[in-house]
Design a protein around this ligand. Structure first.
Ligand code: DI6
Ligand code: FE
Length: 400
């Protein structure tokens, strides 16, 4: 076989579903051609006469699929450290939002920010994620709540993908909160009938998300938004049951959502429905940590029902100013009780599914995009174990 690049002497965390655990192959080799994986297996099984333009001996380093951060709000203006101070002094998140702070303070700042300013702020955040081996991420809008700013946020997300070696999936989250100047049903009609078709026409959105919560929108209200998304051929994602049980999981399943995210308060019927619809549960330990939540997502029930579990940073200025997917992994294991193997699958194979990219990304299998992370660790569990160590040795995107 002829490869563009060949890595030998690797421990491969393939995440191939037919192998147990993380699908470890010791003394492995991985060859790429035209940006895709062309060989993955034991070095001893490399076909005789294999040649590569470039060859590396990894001396026992671990190779995993490039990490996937499947839920971020990376594009926004201004931080919310002032509100953080108020919360440290005893205020709570929902009352700050009700008093016009919270999400709305970021909306005001983001509306006032130029595209270039949003781009440079988000670029810096993106660099932190890439430095930890992230090769794909999702970015949501949701701090504009008007067409001009929502589309500007999505354009920034698209531009980030043009200037960095990374894949970015974009999600329209206009249904994040009701803007103070709008009437509820008129705003929802505007999202469903104008903004979603416009974002689709401009090629700016891959998916549509909505915040199903007491302080945001009800399941009944979001149904109309998601129906429009489906009609436009866009995927659906749902912020579901984060602060209370509002039937978000069941709504996600009903709308054929790729993912239902947060899920701290999801009930048993909702979980059963997610299992039936094949919707991925995206757990967000950063928000749980920052809000000092007490109620954990129902990991045991999700596991028992066979719902795939992903983890993401939820990077946002209000509830999860977290720019480390590795830290999110440790938090998910410690706070939510995931095993190390589940945690690694949650930021690779399952995160790819949460973005509708499971066919192309998230495992080391022949034919998939050659997005890899090479780690200075002997054992994969170290990726979950260390807090604040970044053992990334190299990041490979599309084979290079
Ligand atoms: N859930 C969250 O935790 C964030 N959005 C959401 O839907 C918080 C957004 C913010 O406070 O800025
Ligand atoms: Fe979020």
């Amino acid at each position: 076989m002829r490869f563009d690049r060949l890595w030998r002497g690797a421990n491969l965390a393939t995440l191939a579903p037919q192998r147990p655990g993380i699908g470890l192959i010791e003394r492995g080799a991985l060859g790429v051609a035209d940006g895709r994986i062309a060989f993955v297996g034991e070095e001893a099984e490399l076909p005789a006469g294999s040649e590569a333009k470039e060859e590396y001996n990894l001396q026992g380093r671990l190779v995993s699929p490039g990490l996937i951060d499947c839920h971020t709000h990376l594009v926004f203006a201004a931080d919310r450290s002032r509100e953080f101070e108020l919360r440290l002094a005893g205020a709570d998140y929902q009352s700050i939002a009700k008093a016009g702070g919270g999400i709305f303070s970021t909306v005001r700042a983001t509306r006032a920010a130029s595209e270039e300013l949003l781009l440079s702020a988000a670029s810096e955040r993106l660099r932190a994620l890439l430095a930890e081996g992230v090769t794909t991420l999702e970015i949501k809008s949701g701090y504009g709540l008007d067409s001009e700013t929502e589309l500007r946020m999505l354009r920034v997300a698209r531009r980030l993908a043009q200037t960095n070696r990374v894949e970015i999936r974009t999600t329209l989250l206009a249904a994040h909160a009701l803007p103070p100047e709008r009437e509820r049903s008129a705003y929802l009609a505007f999202i469903a009938d104008e903004l979603i078709p416009q974002a689709k026409r401009l090629g700016l959105a891959d998916a549509v998300d909505g915040f199903c919560e007491g302080i945001a929108f009800s399941a009944a209200e979001l149904r109309r938004v998601f129906a429009s998304a489906r009609a436009q051929g866009l995927a659906v994602k749902v912020h579901a049951d984060q602060l209370s049980d509002t039937g978000g999981a069941a709504l996600a399943a009903e709308c054929g959502a790729l993912s239902a995210d947060h899920l701290e308060w999801s009930n048993d019927e909702g979980i059963a429905a997610l299992a039936r619809s094949g919707t991925v549960a995206v757990l967000l330990p950063g928000a749980f940590f920052m809000l000092r939540e007490q109620r954990r997502p129902p990991v045991a029930a999700l596991r028992k029902a066979g719902v795939p579990i992903a983890i993401a940073t939820d990077c946002n200025p209000g509830t999860s100013p977290l720019l480390s997917i590795l830290t999110a992994m440790n938090m998910a294991a410690i706070q939510f009780g995931l095993t190390a193997d589940e945690t690694i699958a949650a930021v690779t194979r399952e995160a790819a599914r949460a973005l509708g990219r499971g066919g192309e990304l998230g495992t080391l299998e022949i034919g998939k995009q050659a997005d890899l992370a090479v780690w200075n660790v002997e054992r994969a569990a170290e990726l979950v174990y260390w807090v604040g160590r970044n053992p990334l040795h190299a990041r490979v995107w599309r084979g290079a």
